[in-house]
Design a protein around this ligand. Sequence first.
Ligand SMILES: [Zn+2]
Length: 92
Amino acid sequence: MKNLLLSLLIMSSFAVHAQVSKATHLKETEKANAQPISKTDSSVYICKGSSAYAYHKSRACEGLTYCTRDIEAVAKKEAEVNHKRKPCKACH
Ligand SMILES: [Zn+2]
């Protein structure tokens, strides 16, 4: 009898665990969906290196080939105003 109780206890704790990981998974999915779909439309890419001066339409632009720092996607306005970037000659 004791053994039966013990296995029931173990089984129920497994069930709780499964429910928790399911909930976590759902939360992550919601997070991914929460990102604005139109972000890529108005986004430009900037190199975070100190000698970078331009923003780019595409991450694959040749102007970003030699970027040694991180490439960040930002809104076009943000690139112009906050980062003082000019449109890249190669892709604009
Ligand atoms: Zn470019």
